[in-house]
Design a protein. Structure first.
Length: 465
């Protein structure tokens, strides 16, 4: 095209793009041709030259590729937060992924009892397994599954305490990720919050004295996201359970995270489990599927069969229930817990949390020269100790020793270079998410496992810095 010619017609451009049309379909490519021609026309109006044909076709190709790319894209989570809510929390085990694919692909016995040929209950797919894992198969323990733990708390409160009062310590009126505040959830559940104690100290007698004719239940909320330290007093679960039961009331525990395995056995900081809560006398425990459990997004409500039955009858249950792919992933994840010996290899969440430092170091040594070469002389890359965190509110003050590649721009005022570095890694085909701290861009290598290294290094050639 020479500047004296007019822009080509849409049809004529399309004729030159058979491969692009084959890939993306005629409609999408036509839209991109129109958009690029319009942009060129706009440019000409503002004095830019007519684009040459090759440049125009390349721009159309880029636009089509970008438009066809999924919005939900895989990324490398090198933030150092293993369960990162904004990055999708738990990575699922291969067994769970396979189960989801099967459930998605063909009809499945979601609510169909294959033994009798009658109607089944979707919660039965995991209720028995959960009872086995958290209560030694106690037939009086059942479970129901909803969309997430926020839903689990909302449903439990509405089903067991609508129009009445729930007693909670002031030290536990937590907000999680801005969107879940215990007092707000109570209000939506139409339950009156009866606050007791103070932010730092709550005593047995505070619970006992709070009980009156309107009390429906006592509740304990695991203090996710923060820790109250110093002059503190919390009442242990057994004591609250005894006070509740003496008054004929149920005791509900929102564990938030909740792992079914003893973290201490893996050298990790101890985290309260549903087993412990139930053993201490909790009548209902709720926890997330995609935090420490390492499964799909879900809210698990486990506890006394009669209370679970009441919760399942609540109309909100129908609105908050989960689909077949979630249940497939949850069932497969729970089955992994039956084999504790292999759990830390098969469950990615636990595998990442327990990854040996030496292993992280090997990754670091291999990557350091490659990243240094990709970034050039204006950035100095080094391998340095750092600490990962578990994330999603679990064990808020605990840190896991890890290693990070630190990319330090040599510029005197590195602010701009750091932002450019961050953007360059984010702009890779599989975006890499790190974080800036102390004048360095950090890539915590805990979550970059050996199996993903090739995919990571191959794309360094595309790094535009
Ligand atoms: C995370 C958390 C929730 C919310 O769980 P979601 O599964 O994210 O809905 C509720 N309560 C506590 C204590 C939590 O830690």
């Amino acid at each position: 095209m020479n500047p004296n010619q007019r822009l080509p017609a849409v049809d004529r451009v399309l004729q030159q793009l058979p491969a692009l049309i084959e890939t993306h379909g005629r409609q999408l490519v036509t839209g991109c041709v129109r958009a690029e021609l319009a942009a060129a026309r706009e440019g000409i109006k503002h004095g830019l030259p007519l684009p040459d044909e090759a440049a125009l076709l390349a721009a159309i190709g880029r636009r089509a590729d970008a438009s066809a790319r999924a919005n939900l894209r895989p990324v490398f989570n090198l933030t150092g937060t293993v369960l990162h809510t904004n990055l999708g929390r738990a990575q699922l085990a291969e067994e769970a992924i396979a189960a989801m694919v099967d459930a998605a692909r063909s009809p499945c016995a979601l609510e169909y009892d294959l033994a009798s040929g009658g109607r089944g209950d979707r919660d039965d797919l995991v209720s028995g397994l959960l009872s086995e894992l958290v209560a030694g198969g106690d037939p009086n323990i059942a479970a129901t599954i909803v969309n997430n733990n926020a839903a689990a708390v909302l449903l439990t409160l509405n089903a067991l305490a609508q129009g009445k009062e729930a007693v909670v310590s002031r030290g536990e009126l937590v907000e999680i990720g801005g969107a879940f505040r215990v007092p707000d959830v109570m209000r939506r559940a139409q339950v009156k919050l009866f606050e007791i104690g103070t932010t730092n100290r709550t005593h047995d007698k505070d619970y006992a004295e709070a009980i009156g004719p309107k009390t429906a239940l006592l509740m304990k909320v695991h203090t996710s996201n923060y820790a109250v330290v110093g002059f503190t007093k919390v009442v242990d679960e057994k004591a609250i359970a005894d006070i509740a039961h003496a008054a004929g009331l149920p005791f509900v525990v929102d564990l938030g995270s909740g792992t079914l395995t003893d973290f201490a056995a893996y050298g990790l900081p101890a985290e309260p489990t549903p087993q412990q809560a139930l053993a201490a006398g909790a009548d209902i425990v709720t926890f997330s599927g995609d935090k420490l459990l390492g499964g799909p997004q879900a809210g698990l409500i486990v506890g006394r069969k009669d209370l679970i039955a009441k919760i399942k009858k609540n109309p909100l249950k129908r609105a908050l229930r989960v689909g077949k792919t979630t249940l497939a992933a949850l069932e497969a994840t729970l089955r992994l817990y039956r084999d504790p010996d292999r759990l830390s290899q098969r469950l990615p969440t636990l595998r990442l949390l327990t990854r040996p430092l030496a292993d992280i170091e090997t990754t670091g040594q291999r990557l350091l020269p490659l990243i240094q070469a990709a970034l050039g002389a204006t950035v100095v890359v080094s391998l340095a100790p750092c600490s990962s965190q578990i994330g999603s509110g679990a064990l808020p003050v605990e840190r896991l020793p890890s290693l990070a590649l630190l990319c330090r721009p040599t510029a005197k005022k590195p602010g701009k270079a750091l932002l450019a570095l961050e953007a360059a890694f984010r702009g890779l085909p599989v975006p890499v998410i790190g974080h800036i701290r102390d004048d360095a861009y950090h890539l915590d290598l805990r979550c970059l496992e050996a199996g993903d290294e090739a995919r990571f290094t191959e794309q360094l050639a595309h790094l535009k810095f």
